[in-house]
Design a protein. Structure first.
Length: 367
């Protein structure tokens, strides 16, 4: 059982620099947990403390009921896959995969059996006698995965394992890792700065910033109900459209207003937004929730604005529109058939049932 619990865990470097700040996190047995955030947010340091490669400055880490703060890395029964593969260049694929088992004094027949099983799972049986320099990036990553698999650890730890691969190989390896997880049925902790990897792989996503957890939830909750402005802006591609403005009330109806830009809130939001009447807030809307009026089934005039289309960016199955309305800019994600003329005005419809509002001072989500 690989239930891993972090209780008020901090990492403090010389000069009182807090890389990780009082992190509380529970990772369930057989769960795929993704730690995501920008460079320097503390996600890799958190993973390395779990692995035993960094000392814990404050707090405790448990695997099940076992406190592991002072347990050396080799005795934690965890396998780590690194960004740079960390393969021994003078050893063959077989020797790289067998090395850890030999150190642990496994018999030859058991080493052979485990390597056969791992190479079969990963489709690298034909590469067994090659050296790392003879392999592609994707093949090296498979070998690094195989070296972890043969140990049959309680949990796998991944530190940005796909960041050195090209775009096509990243997609392929994401699929391989997902299938591997389903087959092995054990705990995975995965660090990445790529929010697409986080959304596609994780049972839960832990978004970090400045050493602190901003939100930890399943992917759709993170995307649809972000806890604050940072989570909303970091998760999602293209990024969420954000605008600062004011909540006003006219004829018993609430509106968001910024200069000439004005849209009406749906009635379900009135009770929550009422305390912000007359106050500055941040308005957010996802690119897929802005429509071209020509293709919108409903186009309420109070939620329709005129904007100039500055750039049309076709991406095959969809199109990104870069739009400008006065001093406000937006990105809309529309269907492949929707390609308006550049530098021409068009009417945009905002789906106000999907918008987000954030407190200007705390940046926490209001709606």
């Amino acid at each position: 059982m690989a239930q891993i619990t972090l209780d008020k865990v901090s990492k403090i470097y010389k000069g009182n620099v807090k890389a990780v700040d009082s992190v509380n996190l529970g990772i369930e047995n057989k769960e795929f947990m993704v730690l995501v955030g920008p460079s320097g947010c503390g996600k890799s340091t958190t993973l390395r403390m779990i692995a035993g490669l960094e000392e814990v400055s404050e707090g405790t880490i448990h695997i099940g009921d076992r406190l592991i703060n002072s347990v050396p890395a080799k005795s934690r029964d965890l396998a780590m896959v690194f960004q740079n593969y960390a393969l021994y260049p003078h050893m063959s694929v077989y020797e790289n995969m067998a090395f850890g088992l030999k150190l642990r004094k496994y018999p030859k027949h058991e080493i052979q059996r485990r390597i056969n099983e791992a190479t079969e799972i990963l489709g690298i049986k034909k590469l067994i006698q090659r050296k790392p320099k003879e392999l592609s990036g994707g093949e090296r990553q498979r070998v690094a995965l195989g070296r972890a698999i043969v140990r049959k650890p309680m949990a796998f730890l991944f530190d940005e394992p796909l960041s050195n691969l090209d775009a096509k190989m990243r997609v392929q390896m994401r699929t391989e890792i997902h299938k591997l997880r389903l087959r092995l049925q054990t705990t995975f902790i995965y660090v990445t700065h790529d929010q697409t990897e986080a959304l596609t792989l994780g049972d839960r996503i832990c978004v970090m910033r400045d050493g602190k957890i901003q939100q930890c939830a399943d992917p759709m909750t993170i995307y649809d109900k972000p806890a604050n402005k940072f989570v909303a802006s970091f998760i999602g591609s293209p990024p969420i459209n954000l605008m600062d403005g004011k909540i006003i009330k006219k004829d018993r109806k609430y509106y968001f207003q910024e200069g000439k830009f004005q849209v009406k809130l749906v009635e379900e939001m009135y009770n929550v937004i009422a305390p912000y009447e007359g106050k500055e807030v941040t308005f957010g809307i996802r690119a897929e929730d802005i429509y071209d009026k020509l293709f919108a089934s409903e186009a309420p005039p109070e939620n329709t604005i005129k904007a100039a289309c500055e750039v049309v960016e076709p991406l095959g199955s969809e199109v990104y529109l870069y739009l400008n309305s006065g001093k406000n800019s937006f990105i809309a994600r529309v269907g492949a058939h929707n390609r308006p003329e550049v530098n021409k005005d068009m009417d945009l419809v905002f789906d106000m049932s999907k918008v987000h509002f954030f407190d200007r001072d705390t940046e926490k989500t209001i709606i």
